[in-house]
Design a protein around this ligand. Structure first.
Ligand code: PAF
Length: 282
């Protein structure tokens, strides 16, 4: 049975009890609106740990002034029912007041890794992410924490956070879950119009096109970027914000590709900004 925990004090007690009982905690931080991608992380955590905790908290610190904080989908009853089906033990569901009782709060700066891609497009976003993730790690005290590879930059930054702040936590990256037509599962897909939803799978097709060119020996980033961007522009009505090739997990822009990379894109539709990527291991 999945229990709802709304206070930090109660969550701390549960973590202490787990430590006393030598039970390993697996943790999946989320902002709710749970979909298959979240459920995959939860299932893996349930399989690998004695106790699985997820958090559902729409973190205001990681939203810019013109972003969708107010409109972000919130439905804790549905989230609870979904978490229950995969065997989650606890949902940590704090209020904003519980997480940030004083204002202004001290924020961690995500630094160089946040100066590119999503971080460049969304100033302050990753500072908000690392601040809340750092707090959540201190509150939940997991041994393992699960993050989706769909947000590959976030995953790289959280790995750096764990190293820099000496959290004794193993970060596990989970492959992107896709709809049958290839569209990456995301809580923001609900904002797509019917016509945009039909076009949106082409984002993944553009990444696959770039990957095919890479597999055929192309190592010039500009060529991969131009081909992918061209494909998106021809097949969707979305506005391409970014198509880029970066080393992974160092996040350094690559003109000539060597080593592991990720090809990342961000496309703006009328009400939804979608991101996707593929990581290509060297
Ligand atoms: O990926 C998310 O849903 C959020 O950025 C996270 C990690 C839960 C922090 O608010």
């Amino acid at each position: 049975m999945t229990s709802l925990v709304t206070t930090i004090e109660e969550m701390n007690q549960i973590s202490r009890q787990c430590a006393e009982d030598k039970k390993r905690i697996g943790f999946v931080p989320t902002m709710g609106a749970l979909h298959e991608g979240h459920l995959k992380m939860m299932k893996q955590s349930v399989g690998e740990n004695d106790v699985t905790v997820i958090s559902v908290f729409v973190n205001p610190l990681q939203f810019g002034p013109n972003e969708d904080l107010a409109a972000y989908p919130r439905d804790i009853q549905t989230d609870m029912a979904k978490a229950e089906t995969v065997g989650v033990d606890y949902i940590f569901y704090p209020s904003e007041q519980e997480m940030y009782p004083q204002w202004p709060t001290i924020e961690i700066k995500a630094g160089r890794l946040a100066s590119v891609l999503e971080g460049e497009q969304r100033p302050g976003h990753f500072d908000g992410v690392v601040t809340v993730v750092n707090k959540l790690f201190n509150i939940v005290k997991p041994q393992q924490a699960y993050f989706g590879k769909k947000d590959a930059q976030q995953l790289a930054i959280v790995e750096q956070l764990v190293e820099d702040f000496n959290h004794p936590i193993k970060i596990v990256g989970i492959d992107t879950v896709r709809e049958s037509d290839g569209l990456a599962k995301s809580s923001r897909n609900v904002y797509l119009s019917e016509a945009e939803r039909i076009e949106a799978p082409h984002l993944y097709q553009s990444l696959k096109l770039a990957q095919r060119l890479y597999n055929q020996g192309e190592r010039n980033s500009a060529t991969l970027i131009a081909e992918a961007q061209n494909y998106i522009e021809q097949h969707t009505s979305g506005v391409v914000e970014t198509v880029a090739v970066y080393s992974y997990p160092e996040l350094v822009e690559q003109s000539k590709i060597s080593g592991s990379i990720f090809i990342s894109l961000a496309v703006k539709f009328s009400q939804a900004r979608l991101i996707d990527n593929i990581i290509i291991e060297s």
